[in-house]
Design a protein around this ligand. Structure first.
Ligand code: A2P
Length: 282
């Protein structure tokens, strides 16, 4: 039952063990800091690829009253709007109130999912353009995992460039595997258009472990190296649109760079050239 459930609801209806409960259908661990999971989707939930919802678990019982309260955090939905299940990509913080517990979920367990999607990393918040950039650090890749599987991304743009900066190589696995899987996915090639994935340029970088491309994406753009590697011109307001999702310092630094390129920040109510969302950490 949700807070919204009318009091006149039929008494015979099954009551789930948790409010807004969904059942975990798959869990994958990537590193000791990162994992993803899938769960059932509420039948009534409609969302736009790139949005987030509140998800969580029941907290520990209050030591005196024994009452339990839901422990919820904002999580970008990593699955596309058409997927019959929901997917999430999460950090594991050892002493984080939610993720210290959430990292132990198994198939068949229940999670709480409040079916009220919101967010700015949506196509509606951008003006039409030719090239779409996704800029992510760490788990900030999640909304782009959704948008990379969204047909509109390829209908609206000629080119899709995704940059992902992580500390270590293993932290790139979720994104790399997802992009690789797009090529073989018959359903996606059918739904989105055969060979749609050829529009994607993937630019992964690491900062604390050796990899083919090292450095923060912001520095690599400032030096011009990223544009040279990708074989594209720097961003401009006429052709380029961008979505940013990473840690706060990253978001702020990129915003400042974009304003320098002459790009304006958009919103659902006023579409423009780029949009920003914080990667939500526990
Ligand atoms: P660095 O290792 O140089 O701090 P985190 O896990 O702390 O959220 O960081 C994820 C990635 O984002 C790391 O590779 C980190 O690089 C990078 N990062 C942190 N701040 C910025 C920033 N202001 N601009 C670009 N990348 C950043």
């Amino acid at each position: 039952m949700t807070e919204m459930t009318p009091v006149t609801q039929e008494k015979t209806k099954a009551v789930p063990a948790l409010p807004d409960a969904q059942t975990v259908t798959d869990v994958k661990h990537y590193t000791d800091r990162l994992f993803s999971f899938r769960c059932t989707r509420p039948a009534s939930l409609r969302f736009r690829s790139g949005e987030f919802v509140m998800i969580g678990l029941m907290g520990d019982p209050h030591p005196e009253t024994g009452k339990q309260k839901p422990l919820l955090r904002a999580y970008s939905i990593a699955s596309p709007s058409w997927d019959e299940e929901m997917e999430f990509y999460s950090i594991k913080v050892p002493d984080g109130p939610l993720t210290s517990k959430l990292q132990h979920i198994k198939v068949g367990d229940e999670v709480i999912l409040r079916p009220k999607p919101v967010g700015t990393l949506v196509h509606d918040a951008l003006l039409p353009g030719q090239r779409l950039w996704f800029f992510a650090t760490g788990t900030g890749f999640a909304p782009f995992a959704s948008l990379l599987r969204e047909p509109q991304t390829y209908e609206d743009y000629d080119e899709v460039i995704i940059t992902h900066t992580c500390r270590e190589v293993g932290e790139l696995t979720y994104g790399r595997d997802l992009i690789e899987s797009l090529k073989q996915d018959e359903l996606l090639n059918d739904v989105i258009g055969d060979g749609f994935w050829k529009k994607i340029k993937y630019y992964p970088t690491t900062t604390r472990e050796e990899s083919p491309k090292m450095g923060r994406i912001t520095d690599l753009m400032k030096s011009g190296e990223a544009f040279a590697d990708l074989g594209v011109e720097p961003l401009n307001a006429e052709t380029d649109r961008a979505m940013i999702c990473g840690n706060l310092a990253f978001n702020l630094e990129l915003k400042e760079m974009f304003e320098g390129y002459g790009l304006e920040e958009g919103a659902n109510s006023k579409p423009a050239h780029y949009v920003v969302e914080k990667a939500f950490l526990d």
